[in-house]
Design a protein around this ligand. Structure first.
Ligand code: COA
Length: 430
């Protein structure tokens, strides 16, 4: 058996052999297959949304969507969520292996001492309109960091790359918290470097006049777990945006701000907000059957269900369900939880969802938890972005060191007019 594909072009009768490597063929190898016309271009692959196209080799995150498996650098998400913390997971994603005690301490020290931003960033953020969406503010302020660190453009220098990675992971909570405070008309709170990454974030979000802000440890842990669960998810829409923009060799702040933009969309990071809106609209368990009928008739989608990759229960959704219980223990339960649980139960037994392999995804329960923290829905995606930052950066780092990568530039199938004769406006409008 040879690892190749024999392709017969029925237009010409000609056969071609295309090598198979790692279960893929190179799309460029199909370019040799040409039709009968002299100038006809070679065969290309049409794949909107990249549903069956590998864009890179990656050793960061493994997903088996059919089995519901998610691993960062080979470690199962369940074990990381239970026994690790976000700082260690960030190290793992960026460096590829778990840290020694000395490496971990140095990493946490580095991140902690880069949490402050330049005072000009503060005035820049204050310039936004009073009702600016925090995701828009985050996207713009991450991008703006590129102007504060022009040396970040030197992406071929490993030490320089490391510096920007540390800065970005460190400053993201500061920018995220300040986006939140701006909308509330509250003063920006500076980082407290005596606190852990996640406790400091909560302090910057919620501190008022107290000397020290001490969040409930159970809430700190729950948010830390949520960051772990969101830290990477291989080639999703925002990671693809980071890689695609990064492939032009722009600085990492600009590339990550593109990722934040992609995450802003309702089909990606915005789904948990949509879940809450949906649960509120349903209003009570008695209205679920009618709602499900509407979904099955194609009038709307059951938000928080279905995934491009997972055709099984999203492993993150299971962990989040457990975190929700821990959080509600501190904050008291959310009445929408009962609707969500019942909705899940009904949908998992309904043929429409079973047949299409639609299961709860990470967003189905995360919104409920965020709401329990008293985050407004506009903040949900900001939390996602903070968690995803190490993943984006690990993928970016891999991209810039990958000799096989090129500037991202897909092909198209042109469907427009050709060779029209231009008539000047003065004649057309005469
Ligand atoms: C995530 C999502 C965009 C994946 O989309 P996709 O891989 O392109 O899947 P498709 O849109 O092709 O869906 C396949 C089928 O399932 C149906 N479907 C998918 N998600 C559905 C949902 N949430 N509710 C109802 N039907 C759904 C589609 O209508 C389609 O049915 P059909 O074959 O009869 O046309 C999609 O499942 C979705 O919109 N889910 C809700 C939003 C969400 O929770 N996003 C967060 C993702 S983490």
């Amino acid at each position: 058996m040879t690892d190749s594909l024999t392709v017969r072009d029925n237009r010409t009768g000609q056969e071609y052999e295309v090598p198979i490597t790692d279960g893929t063929i190179k799309a460029a190898d199909l370019g040799q297959i040409k039709g009968t016309g002299e100038d006809e271009p070679g065969l290309a692959v049409y794949d909107p949304g990249f549903v069956n196209t590998a864009s890179c080799r990656s050793a960061v995150t493994y997903i088996d969507g059919d089995k519901g498996i998610l691993e960062y650098r080979g470690y199962p998400i369940e074990q990381l969520a239970e026994h690790s913390n976000f700082m260690e997971v960030a190290y793992l994603l960026i460096h590829g292996s778990l840290p020694s005690k000395a490496e971990y301490d140095a990493w946490v020290h580095e991140i902690t001492f880069h949490t402050f931003v330049h005072e000009n960033v503060k005035s820049f953020m204050e310039g936004f309109r009073y009702d600016a969406h925090p995701m828009g503010m985050l996207m713009a302020s991450v991008g703006a960091l590129s102007t504060f660190y022009p040396d970040a453009r030197n992406i071929s220098d490993a030490e320089n790359r490391h510096m920007q990675i540390v800065r970005m992971i460190a400053k993201m909570p500061t920018l995220g918290a300040w986006s939140f405070r701006h909308a509330q008309g509250k003063p920006f709170i500076y980082p407290d470097n005596d606190l852990s990454y996640t406790a400091n974030f909560l302090s910057m979000l919620f501190k008022m006049s107290e000397k020290n802000f001490e969040a409930d440890e159970r809430l700190v842990r729950a948010l830390d777990v949520l960051f772990i669960l969101h830290a990477d998810h291989e080639q999703n829409c925002s990671t693809n945006a980071v890689r695609s923009v990064g492939s032009s060799q722009v600085d990492p702040y600009s590339a990550v701000s593109a990722g934040v933009g992609a995450l802003f969309g309702p089909l990606h990071g915005g789904a948990n907000e949509a879940v809450l809106r949906m649960l509120r609209r349903i209003g009570g368990k008695e209205n679920i059957p009618a709602f499900i009928e509407g979904v099955k008739n194609g009038n709307e989608r059951l938000m928080g269900f279905g995934h491009r990759v997972y055709k099984n229960y999203d492993p993150r959704a299971k962990i989040i369900k457990k975190s929700a219980e821990d959080v509600f223990e501190v904050t008291g339960t959310n009445p929408l939880l009962d609707i969500a649980l019942e909705l899940e139960k009904i949908a998992l037994e309904d043929e429409y969802f079973v047949k299409r392999k639609l299961y709860p995804n990470v967003d189905f329960y995360s919104g409920l938890i965020y709401e329990a923290f008293q985050f407004p829905p506009e903040m949900f995606t900001v939390l996602f972005a903070i968690g995803r930052t190490p993943g984006w950066l690990a993928q970016w780092l891999e991209l810039v060191q990958d000799k096989e990568q090129k500037i991202a530039r897909p092909k198209q199938i042109y469907t427009g007019d050709r060779t029209l004769d231009f008539v000047p406006a003065s004649e057309r409008w005469a």
